[in-house]
Design a protein around this ligand. Structure first.
Ligand code: DC
Length: 224
Protein backbone atom coordinates (compact mmCIF):
# COMPACT_ATOMS: atom_id res chain seq x y z
CA UNK A 1 0.00 0.00 0.00
CA UNK A 2 1.20 3.49 -0.79
CA UNK A 3 2.53 5.58 2.09
CA UNK A 4 1.26 8.76 0.49
CA UNK A 5 -1.40 10.60 2.42
CA UNK A 6 -4.64 11.61 0.74
CA UNK A 7 -5.25 14.70 -1.36
CA UNK A 8 -8.66 16.33 -1.00
CA UNK A 9 -9.68 19.07 -3.43
CA UNK A 10 -12.36 21.70 -2.89
CA UNK A 11 -13.18 23.84 -5.93
CA UNK A 12 -15.96 26.29 -6.56
CA UNK A 13 -16.88 29.91 -7.24
CA UNK A 14 -15.99 32.82 -4.98
CA UNK A 15 -17.90 33.19 -1.75
CA UNK A 16 -19.12 29.58 -1.66
CA UNK A 17 -17.42 29.06 1.72
CA UNK A 18 -14.50 27.03 0.37
CA UNK A 19 -11.91 28.63 2.64
CA UNK A 20 -13.67 28.21 5.95
CA UNK A 21 -14.88 24.72 5.10
CA UNK A 22 -11.50 23.57 3.82
CA UNK A 23 -9.82 25.00 6.93
CA UNK A 24 -12.19 23.07 9.21
CA UNK A 25 -11.84 19.82 7.24
CA UNK A 26 -8.03 20.15 7.28
CA UNK A 27 -8.06 20.83 11.02
CA UNK A 28 -10.20 17.76 11.73
CA UNK A 29 -7.97 15.49 9.66
CA UNK A 30 -4.72 17.12 10.75
CA UNK A 31 -4.04 17.92 7.09
CA UNK A 32 -2.42 21.01 5.57
CA UNK A 33 -4.81 23.56 4.12
CA UNK A 34 -3.68 25.03 0.79
CA UNK A 35 -5.38 28.30 -0.12
CA UNK A 36 -4.51 28.71 -3.80
CA UNK A 37 -6.74 31.79 -4.19
CA UNK A 38 -4.39 33.54 -1.75
CA UNK A 39 -1.52 32.75 -4.11
CA UNK A 40 -3.32 34.30 -7.10
CA UNK A 41 -4.27 37.29 -4.96
CA UNK A 42 -0.62 37.80 -3.92
CA UNK A 43 0.52 37.70 -7.55
CA UNK A 44 -2.29 40.12 -8.44
CA UNK A 45 -1.09 42.48 -5.72
CA UNK A 46 2.48 42.27 -6.94
CA UNK A 47 1.45 42.99 -10.53
CA UNK A 48 -0.68 45.91 -9.36
CA UNK A 49 2.06 47.40 -7.18
CA UNK A 50 4.76 47.03 -9.80
CA UNK A 51 2.56 48.86 -12.33
CA UNK A 52 3.83 46.68 -15.17
CA UNK A 53 1.75 46.03 -18.25
CA UNK A 54 0.18 42.58 -17.79
CA UNK A 55 0.45 42.01 -21.52
CA UNK A 56 4.21 42.52 -21.49
CA UNK A 57 5.37 38.90 -21.45
CA UNK A 58 9.01 39.70 -20.65
CA UNK A 59 8.11 41.92 -17.71
CA UNK A 60 5.65 39.33 -16.42
CA UNK A 61 8.25 36.57 -16.73
CA UNK A 62 10.73 38.68 -14.75
CA UNK A 63 8.15 39.41 -12.07
CA UNK A 64 7.29 35.71 -11.75
CA UNK A 65 10.96 34.69 -11.68
CA UNK A 66 11.48 37.04 -8.75
CA UNK A 67 8.33 36.01 -6.92
CA UNK A 68 9.04 35.36 -3.26
CA UNK A 69 5.77 33.94 -1.95
CA UNK A 70 5.15 31.94 1.19
CA UNK A 71 2.09 30.80 3.07
CA UNK A 72 1.77 30.10 6.77
CA UNK A 73 -1.19 28.71 8.68
CA UNK A 74 -3.28 31.44 10.29
CA UNK A 75 -6.40 31.26 12.44
CA UNK A 76 -9.29 31.40 10.01
CA UNK A 77 -7.26 32.64 7.06
CA UNK A 78 -3.88 31.70 5.67
CA UNK A 79 -1.11 34.21 6.34
CA UNK A 80 0.62 35.31 3.17
CA UNK A 81 4.08 36.80 2.76
CA UNK A 82 5.14 38.49 -0.44
CA UNK A 83 8.77 39.53 -0.88
CA UNK A 84 9.22 39.33 2.87
CA UNK A 85 6.22 41.52 3.71
CA UNK A 86 3.03 40.18 5.27
CA UNK A 87 0.19 40.95 2.86
CA UNK A 88 -2.56 38.89 4.51
CA UNK A 89 -4.94 41.87 4.79
CA UNK A 90 -3.91 43.63 1.58
CA UNK A 91 -4.82 40.59 -0.53
CA UNK A 92 -8.31 40.23 0.96
CA UNK A 93 -9.86 43.37 -0.51
CA UNK A 94 -12.48 43.09 -3.28
CA UNK A 95 -10.17 45.13 -5.55
CA UNK A 96 -7.31 42.65 -5.17
CA UNK A 97 -9.76 39.79 -5.75
CA UNK A 98 -10.75 41.32 -9.07
CA UNK A 99 -7.11 41.84 -10.09
CA UNK A 100 -6.36 38.24 -9.07
CA UNK A 101 -9.21 37.01 -11.23
CA UNK A 102 -7.78 38.93 -14.17
CA UNK A 103 -4.13 37.91 -13.80
CA UNK A 104 -5.12 34.30 -13.14
CA UNK A 105 -6.03 34.02 -16.84
CA UNK A 106 -2.41 34.73 -17.87
CA UNK A 107 -0.74 31.46 -18.93
CA UNK A 108 2.65 32.29 -17.32
CA UNK A 109 0.95 33.02 -13.99
CA UNK A 110 -0.99 29.75 -14.05
CA UNK A 111 2.11 27.79 -15.01
CA UNK A 112 4.14 29.28 -12.17
CA UNK A 113 1.48 28.82 -9.48
CA UNK A 114 0.38 25.38 -10.69
CA UNK A 115 4.02 24.24 -10.34
CA UNK A 116 4.28 25.65 -6.82
CA UNK A 117 0.96 24.07 -5.83
CA UNK A 118 1.90 20.65 -7.14
CA UNK A 119 5.12 20.83 -5.14
CA UNK A 120 3.31 21.90 -1.97
CA UNK A 121 0.82 19.04 -2.34
CA UNK A 122 3.27 16.36 -3.42
CA UNK A 123 3.39 14.57 -0.08
CA UNK A 124 -0.39 14.52 0.28
CA UNK A 125 -2.15 15.12 3.60
CA UNK A 126 -3.60 18.22 2.05
CA UNK A 127 -6.92 19.98 1.50
CA UNK A 128 -6.34 22.06 -1.64
CA UNK A 129 -8.85 24.78 -2.33
CA UNK A 130 -9.32 26.83 -5.50
CA UNK A 131 -10.86 26.68 -8.97
CA UNK A 132 -8.82 24.01 -10.77
CA UNK A 133 -7.57 21.75 -7.98
CA UNK A 134 -9.54 18.68 -9.05
CA UNK A 135 -9.32 19.33 -12.78
CA UNK A 136 -5.73 20.46 -13.41
CA UNK A 137 -3.46 20.67 -10.37
CA UNK A 138 -4.37 17.40 -8.63
CA UNK A 139 -6.34 15.34 -11.17
CA UNK A 140 -5.21 12.27 -9.22
CA UNK A 141 -6.75 13.54 -5.93
CA UNK A 142 -8.39 10.91 -3.75
CA UNK A 143 -11.46 13.01 -2.96
CA UNK A 144 -12.86 15.87 -5.00
CA UNK A 145 -15.60 18.28 -4.01
CA UNK A 146 -17.17 21.18 -5.85
CA UNK A 147 -18.79 23.63 -3.50
CA UNK A 148 -21.47 25.90 -4.89
CA UNK A 149 -24.17 28.27 -3.63
CA UNK A 150 -26.46 30.80 -5.27
CA UNK A 151 -24.83 34.16 -6.17
CA UNK A 152 -27.14 35.95 -3.74
CA UNK A 153 -26.20 33.70 -0.85
CA UNK A 154 -22.51 33.99 -1.72
CA UNK A 155 -22.74 37.79 -1.79
CA UNK A 156 -24.35 37.74 1.66
CA UNK A 157 -21.58 35.52 3.04
CA UNK A 158 -18.87 37.71 1.51
CA UNK A 159 -20.38 40.87 3.01
CA UNK A 160 -20.45 39.22 6.44
CA UNK A 161 -16.84 38.10 6.09
CA UNK A 162 -15.63 41.53 4.96
CA UNK A 163 -17.43 43.18 7.90
CA UNK A 164 -15.91 40.67 10.31
CA UNK A 165 -12.51 41.56 8.88
CA UNK A 166 -13.13 45.20 9.75
CA UNK A 167 -14.02 46.54 6.29
CA UNK A 168 -16.21 49.54 7.12
CA UNK A 169 -18.45 50.48 4.24
CA UNK A 170 -19.51 47.34 2.37
CA UNK A 171 -22.06 47.70 -0.41
CA UNK A 172 -23.96 44.43 -0.89
CA UNK A 173 -25.11 45.19 -4.45
CA UNK A 174 -21.56 46.04 -5.46
CA UNK A 175 -20.28 42.78 -3.93
CA UNK A 176 -22.98 40.80 -5.79
CA UNK A 177 -21.97 42.47 -9.05
CA UNK A 178 -18.30 41.63 -8.40
CA UNK A 179 -19.17 38.02 -7.62
CA UNK A 180 -21.10 37.64 -10.87
CA UNK A 181 -18.27 39.30 -12.81
CA UNK A 182 -15.65 37.06 -11.20
CA UNK A 183 -17.78 33.96 -11.90
CA UNK A 184 -17.84 34.98 -15.56
CA UNK A 185 -14.08 35.67 -15.68
CA UNK A 186 -13.15 32.49 -13.87
CA UNK A 187 -15.49 30.23 -15.85
CA UNK A 188 -14.94 31.70 -19.30
CA UNK A 189 -11.15 31.77 -19.39
CA UNK A 190 -9.43 29.38 -21.72
CA UNK A 191 -6.91 27.95 -19.26
CA UNK A 192 -8.10 25.91 -16.27
CA UNK A 193 -11.57 27.44 -16.14
CA UNK A 194 -13.72 27.06 -13.08
CA UNK A 195 -15.71 23.86 -13.54
CA UNK A 196 -16.33 20.72 -11.54
CA UNK A 197 -14.03 17.77 -12.23
CA UNK A 198 -15.96 14.90 -13.83
CA UNK A 199 -15.42 12.83 -10.71
CA UNK A 200 -16.18 15.60 -8.18
CA UNK A 201 -19.03 15.46 -5.69
CA UNK A 202 -21.07 18.62 -6.13
CA UNK A 203 -22.37 20.25 -2.96
CA UNK A 204 -24.98 23.00 -3.23
CA UNK A 205 -24.54 24.74 0.11
CA UNK A 206 -27.12 27.49 -0.44
CA UNK A 207 -29.33 26.14 2.31
CA UNK A 208 -26.70 24.28 4.30
CA UNK A 209 -24.97 25.35 7.49
CA UNK A 210 -21.18 25.41 7.49
CA UNK A 211 -20.93 22.53 9.98
CA UNK A 212 -23.26 20.39 7.86
CA UNK A 213 -21.04 20.89 4.81
CA UNK A 214 -17.97 19.96 6.86
CA UNK A 215 -19.75 16.84 8.12
CA UNK A 216 -20.88 15.94 4.59
CA UNK A 217 -17.25 16.02 3.43
CA UNK A 218 -15.82 14.21 6.47
CA UNK A 219 -18.45 11.47 6.10
CA UNK A 220 -17.18 10.78 2.59
CA UNK A 221 -13.44 10.77 3.17
CA UNK A 222 -11.77 7.74 4.57
CA UNK A 223 -8.31 8.70 5.75
CA UNK A 224 -6.24 7.41 8.61
O1 DC B 1 -10.64 31.95 -4.01
P1 DC B 1 -10.28 33.42 -4.13
O2 DC B 1 -11.46 34.33 -4.16
O3 DC B 1 -9.30 33.84 -3.08
O4 DC B 1 -9.53 33.54 -5.55
C1 DC B 1 -9.14 34.77 -6.11
C2 DC B 1 -9.05 34.63 -7.63
O5 DC B 1 -7.96 33.79 -7.97
C3 DC B 1 -10.25 34.01 -8.31
O6 DC B 1 -11.19 34.96 -8.74
C4 DC B 1 -9.68 33.24 -9.46
C5 DC B 1 -8.27 32.97 -9.09
N1 DC B 1 -8.01 31.57 -8.76
C6 DC B 1 -7.74 30.71 -9.81
O7 DC B 1 -7.81 31.12 -10.96
N2 DC B 1 -7.42 29.42 -9.56
C7 DC B 1 -7.35 28.95 -8.30
N3 DC B 1 -7.01 27.70 -8.10
C8 DC B 1 -7.65 29.81 -7.21
C9 DC B 1 -8.00 31.12 -7.48
Amino acid sequence: MSEKKAIITVDGPSGAGKSSISTLVAEKLNFTYLDTGAMYRAVGLKVHRSKIDEKNKKAMARLLDNLDLSLAPGGLETRVFLDGEEVSSAIRTPETAMIASRVSAIPAVRKKLTGLQKRLGRAGGIVAEGRDMGTVVFPEADYKFYLDASPDERAGRRVKQLRQNGAGDVNRDEILKQIIKRDQNDSARELSPLKPAKDATIIDSTKMKKDDVVKFILDRVNVV
